[in-house]
Design a protein around this ligand. Sequence first.
Ligand code: MN
Length: 131
Amino acid sequence: MAGELVLVVEDNEKNLKLVRDILRFNGYQTVEAVMAEEAINIARAQRPALILMDIQLPGMDGITAFKLLRADPTTERIPVIAVTASAMTLDRKKILETGFDGYQAKPIRVKEFTEEVQRVLRLQSDRKTGS
Ligand code: MN
């Protein structure tokens, strides 16, 4: 569904701009955070439809932030896609085992990224309607 709010957590300016541009081009609204702590506060206050979580962040990392989001009843059902450059050490399998709903490696490929966002949002809306 177009117009859904997506929280983008990313400390790299170029990646943030790319992700913002892709999301807005596809009709989503965006809200942004550079730090995990800030992201958690935004998630609690604004309940986005989806969170894109960079794993390497200044201060608290994206894995820790993800676990805090899942431990909080206010945010536990918001789907989270991990976005990571460390494809060597944190592979897709490990990320998904941690409980993330999706995974994208940097550098971001526009088509694959867009499809992953749509896939995860579709799963979430199917869950809500029970289909
Ligand atoms: Mn980063």
